[in-house]
Design a binder for this molecule. Structure first.
Ligand code: KIV
Length: 275
């Protein structure tokens, strides 16, 4: 019997080739069991530095380290066999110089086996993007609202409301596109600008709070699964209410433990009698 063909993993080139063909489906992933589920439905899994806030309860992504990204990149790779997996370069691991960016990108790719890296920034990062791409590192850009710059950019507000801001984001998109990014996240950006950028760059645009005009969409998986009830940004849709599901399951468990109805006989070991 012949071996069934291996299902091929999407490469960064496959992702950019989807531009204009069909919308690209992407979510964040951080752990093996969740990556296994997402992998069946997503073209692109992003091990985002949002993990600092989502998994570790940090207030921003600024405190995320290379070691955290490597550990969760490895965990995600163990669960993903067909989606393209991209790992975020955390704050401070690439802004100093293109050499620093290359060193840390290589570390992420070698130690996790991921398909490329994501970094935030436009014009100011274009030289770095070109340096990485020309040396074999596929780069996923990130423009518009850039969470790693939250301390200098005035917080998590949507972008592109003034002419000046639109011009800047337009220039950012053009710069990293020309530098060779295979795709770019456009975050928290007004629809007309996201539409215009999508029409004018070769890279695939992946929107988060940037309208359906983008070539694809990404969300933080824990957000779209409804794990956080306290706050829902405008651009998030809850496709489930997992926080309520978990709350109910844990309440049922606590009740059964207190009533001694769990564990039942089917969960309990008895001494085996020898025949
Ligand atoms: O860190 C992250 O999860 C991201 C996505 C929100 C695009 O950058």
């Amino acid at each position: 019997m012949s071996t069934p063909p291996r299902q091929k993993r999407f490469t960064p080139a496959d992702i950019s080739a989807l531009k204009g063909i069909r919308p690209i489906v992407s979510l964040t992933a951080y752990t093996t069991p969740v990556a296994r589920i997402l992998d069946r439905h997503c073209d692109l899994l992003l091990v985002g530095d949002s993990l600092g806030m989502v998994l570790y309860g940090m207030d921003t992504t600024v405190g995320v380290s290379m070691d955290m990204m490597i550990a969760h990149g490895q965990a995600t790779m163990r669960g993903a066999s067909r989606a393209c997996v991209i790992v975020d370069l955390p704050f401070g691991s690439y802004q100093e110089s293109k050499e620093q960016a290359f060193r840390n990108s290589v570390r992420l790719m070698k130690e996790t086996g991921c398909d490329g890296v994501k970094l935030e920034g436009g014009e100011e990062m274009a030289e770095t993007v070109a340096f990485l791409v020309s040396r074999g590192v596929p780069v996923f850009g990130h423009i518009g609202l850039m969470p790693q710059q939250v301390n200098t950019s005035g917080g998590y507000r949507s972008k592109g409301h003034s002419e000046a801001e639109q011009d800047k984001i337009r220039r950012d998109a053009r710069a990293i596109d020309e530098a060779g990014a295979f795709a770019m996240v456009i975050e928290g950006t007004v629809e007309p600008l996201a539409r215009e950028i999508t029409a004018n760059v070769a890279a695939a645009t992946i929107g988060i709070g940037a309208s359906p005009a983008c070539d694809g969409q990404v969300l933080v998986s824990d957000d779209m699964l409804g794990l956080f009830n306290e706050f829902k940004p405008r651009f998030v849709k809850h496709f489930s209410a997992l926080a309520n599901v978990i709350d109910k399951a844990v309440a049922d468990y606590a009740e059964e433990v207190k009533a001694r109805s769990f564990p039942g006989p089917e969960h309990t070991f008895q001494i085996r009698t020898k025949k």
